[in-house]
Design a protein around this ligand. Structure first.
Ligand code: PLP
Length: 403
């Protein structure tokens, strides 16, 4: 790896080799920018994969965390935690949800959603429905249940036997979906934009059909907002674009601005399906995590950040469509808000590496899609800079590939 950016000769690691890591060591962040251990500066269009939605080290969240660090770090959930009550009230005041369970990650939030769906059918409705229908190319996490829910074989390789109770059908195939519903079906689980699967926004008519089917057949609708939530798509939650109200939805990535925290939210009628002892997490909803969540939501609302994400996303997609029009590799620019994909007709790993060398951090979404996830306060100038770098990268390599 040559050029201004990049780090060679990493020493042997004592870590499990679970990640194909980029050859860059980031040591400092501020707003839209990151610095590596050699002092190179990068424009961050990954945001830790949709985590740092307010940019790096946002002042108000930092202030809330520092204040909380001086007061109290952790107490058991055997005690009332006022920050949890407050954060839950903020989330339910800005959605149709009536109850919140705090945990630590997206997979855990989805695991809680799966457990709640099964238990609601068993304990509240008094039936034995347990099966969850998910969609091909979806991504729901890495625990045994959530990787089974995930509609991609690569995450399941070597982990069988997988837990029973999951089936997956092609996205946007209403007939296959209807045929998959049986008297075992408990719920349908959906991402409003399949993010890891290639930045594929769900068609509004299909979303309506899913909601209608759930209504007709007494199924719970679970929406995985782990990546799309917290303003990313131009609304606080992506389902709010679609005029549907999922029975259960999950949050994690942007919820604490980088402090690890997840949440499972549900309509009030589902609250009684869990009781003392039915679900728990030692670290779920600690005072520190709740300080991060409250400050994140306060900032999002006070600064109208979802609306800014909608406007910046429209600008980014328009600029990309215009700047990449002549690039033979590019098939489509698509997305919702600031969750944007550049779909190509060939593998994009080399484009991504070249963007990194030119100082722009982007990531793939499947083999052929470049995914852009800037923070939601990204400026027009930063978007212009990113578009210029991408136009250079895609024009250069497209030309090289033709010779
Ligand atoms: C990242 C992601 C998850 C898993 O979240 P973790 O915090 O890594 O467990 C689940 N669902 C979606 C849609 C995601 O993008």
């Amino acid at each position: 790896m040559s050029g201004a950016h990049g780090t060679e000769g990493a020493p042997a690691s004592a870590l499990f080799p679970t990640y194909a890591r980029f050859p860059i060591t980031l040591v400092k962040g501020q707003g839209s920018w990151l610095w590596d251990d050699r002092g190179n500066r990068y424009l961050d269009f990954m945001s830790g994969l949709a985590v740092t939605n307010l940019g790096h080290v946002p002042a108000k969240v930092k202030e809330a965390l520092v204040k909380q660090l001086d007061e109290l770090w952790h107490v058991s959930n055997l005690f009332r935690i006022p920050g949890q009550e407050e954060a839950a009230r903020m989330l339910t005041a800005h959605s149709h949800a009536g109850a919140v369970f705090f945990c630590n990650s997206g997979a855990e939030a989805n695991e809680a959603a799966i457990k709640l769906a099964r238990r609601y059918h068993r304990k509240v409705l008094g039936n034995d429905r347990y099966e969850i229908i998910t969609f091909h190319q979806s991504f729901h996490g890495r625990t045994l249940a959530t990787l089974t829910a995930t509609g991609q074989d690569k995450v399941k390789d070597g982990f069988d036997p997988l837990p029973p109770g999951f089936v997956s059908v092609p996205l946007h195939d209403e007939r296959a979906l209807r045929e998959a519903v049986t008297d075992r079906t408990a719920a349908i689980m959906l991402e409003m934009v399949q993010a890891e699967g290639g930045v594929i926004p769900v068609d509004p008519a299909f979303a309506q059909a899913v909601a209608r089917l759930c209504e007709e057949r007494g199924l719970l609708l679970i929406v995985d907002e782990v990546q799309t939530g917290m303003g990313r798509t131009g609304k606080l939650f992506a389902f709010q674009h679609y005029g549907i109200e999922p029975d259960i939805f999950t949050l994690a990535k942007g919820l604490g601005s980088g402090f690890p925290v997840g949440a499972m939210l549900a309509k009030a009628k589902l609250a009684g399906a869990f009781g003392p002892g039915s679900h728990a997490s030692t670290f779920g909803g600690t005072p520190i995590a709740m300080a991060a969540v409250k400050a994140t939501i306060e900032t999002m609302l006070a600064e109208n950040i979802p609306q800014r994400a909608a406007e910046s996303g429209a600008y980014l997609m328009a600029r990309l469509r215009e700047a990449l029009a002549g690039c033979p590799a590019v098939r489509e620019v698509r997305g919702l808000g600031l969750l944007v994909g550049i779909a190509c007709d060939r593998p994009v790993a080399d484009y991504v590496a070249e963007a990194h060398r030119r100082g722009l951090l982007v990531v793939t979404a499947g083999p052929n899609v470049i995914r852009l996830l800037p923070n939601l306060l990204v400026t027009r100038e930063e978007i212009d800079q990113a578009v210029d770098i991408l136009a250079g990268v895609l024009a250069g390599q497209a030309a090289a590939a033709q010779t």
